[in-house]
Design a protein around this ligand. Structure first.
Ligand code: FAD
Ligand code: NAI
Length: 517
């Protein structure tokens, strides 16, 4: 028999056992989660007598609401032209192929199939909300259409979570010549165009000026979208493009154009300076105080404010133009605003009260970028608003059920034949009243800011994190590791987390793919 280890080494043996058991436990839990994801349980149809709750959109706000909502309490109908949820924080990485777009998409069908009671989904755009008639007109805008592609969906309760569209401020040529960065299709389009510019610049006998223009990548808007994209694009050039196509080395250039004096206005001064100095190291040019006024197919014209305050119009040639100047109101939302007198002073979206009810409308709520609350239009805000509404609707359903019970109990009490029966019903009524008070305790929506994070290229990120009652500002490689782990853990599903992690490993091992599809 093996000799017994000395007493002082026994703790090592216990340490190994504990590690092994934890490993087995975690693997088992993961295997169970994957199994459960692939094998949803049977669903049941909700009672048709229950209220119809229509949810518009499948973005951050609507999906957070659906995650929290007990669907057995309502007849839930979801309408969105997108039959998936998109994890937008990693979308800039899709423009260079660091992450494949399907890795950050979660099919709405998977999400809905895991709810207890069935939820109807229509892949369509809401074209009009008729508040008086309480119907939403919907239209199937996909390539394949059946005999019916326009219809109406009636609602008792409506949640508007349609997000926002890209702001262009009516500047001529923006829609025709630039790429936006909001949807999966935009990221695919940019990826294709980067390679198209590079290959066209390499075309036989191309003039030096044309090569320079084609390889000039201009990003308009120094908010987080523009900054993250510029950082990703420069990484693509440094890590891959210049290795495989060394001829572009001297002419490939990224320029970020911003109307304000600095980029990332929502971050602290220290992080703005850090971002600007990192961009300088990376050789990304920042053109601050430069407001684009006109866009053509080959150049932009911008009004530049000089240090002495004078203004000058400058022409900047480009090969690729990415437009990231923030949000604008969607037409369907604008139309509803025009129907409601209480919204006549709203400009940037639907004004809502502290319970996210649209001002001037009964039983209509708005979440995320289409609603104007006191907070920035971010995924963080939209997610918390959606989760709040989920809890609110669950509470409302519970309250209604208890109130119904209370009514039948008080009927029973008045018909009770003996004092004993009456006392018993009285106790039950007291208990239900206590429950009612507890459920009705839900307060107004309160946003809890966790902080802001942005990737700035060169494996560096900036973060303004809320900590206890203060703020921590940090930037650099450690922040980048934090950025990666934070977003990996926030991905919608285990499947998304695996795919994103694989994409990162794949790009580290083999580089990004430079083929144009
Ligand atoms: P969205 O998520 O945009 O969803 C809107 C939904 O409505 C979509 O499903 C859309 O298809 C659907 N829809 C549109 N029109 C209609 C219609 N007519 N009828 C029915 N449905 C319709 N925020 C952060 O907090 N952190 C980040 O790191 C971050 N990174 C970002 C990176 C990029 C590139 C972008 C573009 C945004 C980023 N944001 C980030 C902002 C964040 O994505 C938005 O604030 C958030 O998506 C808003 O959520 P939402 O539900 O209001 O709208
Ligand atoms: P934004 O509104 O934050 O920034 C747009 C920028 O474009 C502004 O700085 C503005 O001055 C500039 N601009 C406008 N018109 C211009 C013109 N004609 N010429 C030059 N510059 C012009 O927009 P963005 O970056 O699209 O973000 C939208 C929302 O999404 C924001 O609320 C943002 O916080 C959020 N978001 C958050 C991210 C993060 O937390 N990492 C990443 C991406 C977006």
């Amino acid at each position: 028999p093996a000799p017994k280890p000395k007493k002082r080494f026994r703790f090592l043996r216990w340490g190994w056992r504990l590690t092994w058991l934890t490993g087995v436990g975690l693997t088992g839990a993961l295997a169970f989660e994957i199994y459960a994801q692939r094998h949803p349980e049977e669903q049941f149809e909700p009672d048709p007598e229950k209220k119809t709750l229509v949810i518009l959109g499948t973005g951050w706000g609507s999906i957070s609401l659906l995650k929290k909502l007990d669907t057995e309490n309502y007849n839930v109908v979801v309408v969105s032209p997108r039959n998936y949820f998109l994890f937008t924080p990693l979308l800039p990485s899709c423009t260079t192929g660091l992450i494949e777009h399907r890795s950050i998409m979660e099919p709405i069908r998977n999400i809905l199939r895991h709810k207890k009671a069935t939820v109807k989904f229509y892949e369509a755009e809401a074209t009009k909300i008729d508040y008086e008639k309480r119907v939403v007109s919907i239209s199937d805008d996909s390539e394949i259409k059946g005999d019916i592609s326009h219809t109406e969906v009636p609602f008792d309760m409506l949640v508007i979570g349609v997000g926002a569209e890209n702001a262009t401020f009516g500047i001529k040529g923006v829609r025709e010549h630039s790429c936006f960065l909001k949807e999966v299709g935009d990221a695919q389009n940019i990826r294709k165009r980067i390679m198209d510019c590079v290959e066209t610049a390499m075309f036989k006998d191309q003039t030096p000026e044309e090569v320079k223009r084609l390889l000039h990548m201009v990003v308009v808007g120094g908010g987080p979208t523009g900054v993250e994209f510029a950082g990703e694009l420069q990484d693509f050039f440094n890590d891959d493009l210049k290795k495989w196509i060394p001829e572009i080395k001297d002419n490939f250039h990224v320029t970020l154009v911003e109307a304000l004096p600095n980029v990332l206005p929502m971050f602290s001064k220290q992080l703005i300076d850090y971002t600007e100095s990192t961009f300088k190291e990376e050789e990304i040019s920042i053109r601050a105080k430069t407001m684009v006024k006109n866009v053509t197919d080959k150049y932009i014209q911008a009004e530049v404010t000089k240090p002495d305050g004078s203004k000058e119009i400058e022409t900047i040639p480009y090969g690729l133009l990415v437009w990231a100047t923030g949000n604008a109101v969607r037409p369907v939302v604008r139309d509803l605003m025009n129907q409601l007198p209480a919204q006549k002073n709203s400009r940037r979206g639907l004004a809502v009260n502290e319970y996210l009810v649209v001002n001037g409308a009964d039983n209509v709520w708005a979440v995320g970028d289409c609603a104007i609350s006191n907070y920035a239009p971010t995924a963080q805000v939209a997610g918390q608003e959606g989760a709040f509404l989920g809890r609110l609707f669950n509470t409302m359903a519970k309250t209604e059920a208890i109130e119904k019970e209370l009514k039948s109990l008080s009927d029973a009490q008045s018909q009770a034949k003996s004092d004993d029966d009456r006392n018993q019903v009285f106790d039950e009524i007291r208990e239900r009243q206590r429950q009612l008070r507890r459920t009705k305790q839900i307060g107004p929506f309160q946003y809890s800011h966790q902080g802001s994070l942005a990737y700035i290229g060169k494996e560096r990120a900036v973060a303004d994190i809320s900590w206890l009652s203060g703020n921590i500002a940090s930037g650099g490689t450690m922040t980048y590791l934090f950025w990666r782990s934070a977003y990996l853990s926030m991905c919608f599903s285990t499947r998304n987390r695996f795919l994103v992690a694989f994409d990162w490993i794949k790009a580290k091992l083999f580089g990004r793919d430079v083929s144009r599809e």
